[in-house]
Design a protein. Structure first.
Length: 350
């Protein structure tokens, strides 16, 4: 089990719930746009938000965000250690940097001393694009791990252990290989993700394969899905990955069959209506919307309840695989919604 790291009001590692991260892509100096985006991220369920800080003016702008949100804020620093020091001083909840980009050891020590003084954790973020030349003869995954561990040892040299590590590549296999190696070699908390994964469906699929493989292996304490575009979509994608990996169970899960000619009702419309009506549910409920009785109650026997279409505008209603009645297909959505609400109410009273 990885070590626990406290980041403001949440803890990662140590068996705690996996946290979802994202990063603002507004101009950090535009305090209105950045604050609005941070609000949207928080409302979407983002647990930790990161902000790029590239100048002293941006440090000063970030003072407007500190303490204004329930979610911890992380300063993303490249090259200038003085910005990391100032970000720790103004109250950022974590600093992310690659010590290899900061400069000589004395500059890293200044950063570490500031983070110690303010109780600020550090994420060592190593990407394939920032690997040192000394590791050029290794495979990318081996080099990522070697670089990360080198920087861990440097922080440990200065007595700093409040560490999170990430080793990211845009290549899924490289990313997975690197994290598996790292998890075997260290107990520090791991931030996982596939960097520069792209946009839309391909970016989500690439992230789901990489992040999902690691989560199923029991690797990862916090995640980010890196997508081009609106970062709120990153949060939604990360939540889905956690749900499908079985690590976030507080939602209404809807399963449905792909349909064939045996399906005699508009199954897709029923699923869409149910998804819209249940999107804000934060309790564990599993329902099935199946096209026919061939793959209905039996195939979906682990669902709390569901329906399977039949002939003449009727559908079989079942609970835990057992048929309990027959309803009109027009009543599928209202019937299932009532059963969902009744279950939630009953669970709340028990």
């Amino acid at each position: 089990m990885s070590a626990t790291v406290r980041i403001k009001n949440i803890q990662i590692g140590g068996g705690n719930r996996i946290a979802v991260q994202s990063m603002t892509n507004t101009d950090t100096l535009d305090t209105q746009a950045t604050a609005d985006q941070l609000k949207r991220l928080q409302l979407a369920g983002c647990d930790i938000a990161r902000i790029a800080v590239s100048s002293e003016a941006e440090v000063n702008a970030c003072a407007a965000y500190i303490g204004k949100f329930d979610m911890p804020l992380v300063a993303d620093i490249q090259f200038d250690y003085r910005l990391a020091v100032k970000c720790a001083e103004i109250g950022f909840d974590k600093i992310r940097f690659n010590p290899g980009n900061i400069g000589d050891e004395s500059k890293v020590k200044y950063t570490v001393d500031a983070c110690k003084a303010h109780g600020t954790p550090i994420r060592i973020g190593v990407n394939t694009g920032s690997l040192e030349k000394e590791f050029s003869g290794m495979s990318k995954s081996d080099a990522l791990v070697a670089s990360a561990l080198k920087h861990v040892r440097l922080l440990e040299k200065f007595g700093f252990y409040d560490i999170v590590i990430s080793v990211k590549s845009s290549d899924v296999k490289t990313t997975v290989d690197a994290y598996r190696q790292l998890a075997a070699k260290t107990d520090y908390a791991l931030h996982i993700g596939v960097t520069e994964s792209g946009a839309d469906e391909r970016g989500v699929v690439r992230s789901a394969i990489g992040i999902g493989a690691l989560l199923i292996d029991g690797i990862g304490d916090t995640v980010r899905v890196s997508l081009s575009g609106d970062p709120v979509k990153e949060v939604a994608a990360a939540r889905l990955i956690l749900q499908e990996a079985g690590l976030d169970k507080d939602y209404c899960e809807i399963i449905s069959c792909p349909t064939c000619s045996r399906c005699k009702y508009d199954l897709k419309s029923a699923v869409d209506e149910l998804k819209a009506a249940t999107k804000d549910i934060k309790k564990r409920v599993k329902i099935a919307v199946m096209g026919c009785v061939v793959n209905g109650p039996g195939e979906a026997s682990d669902a709390d309840f569901g329906v399977a279409g039949g002939a003449s505008g009727k559908a079989a209603l079942f609970e835990r695989g057992k048929v309990i009645g027959t309803i009109d297909v027009a009543d599928i959505v209202p019937t299932l919604l009532k059963m969902i609400n009744d279950k939630i109410a009953d669970d709340g009273n028990n």
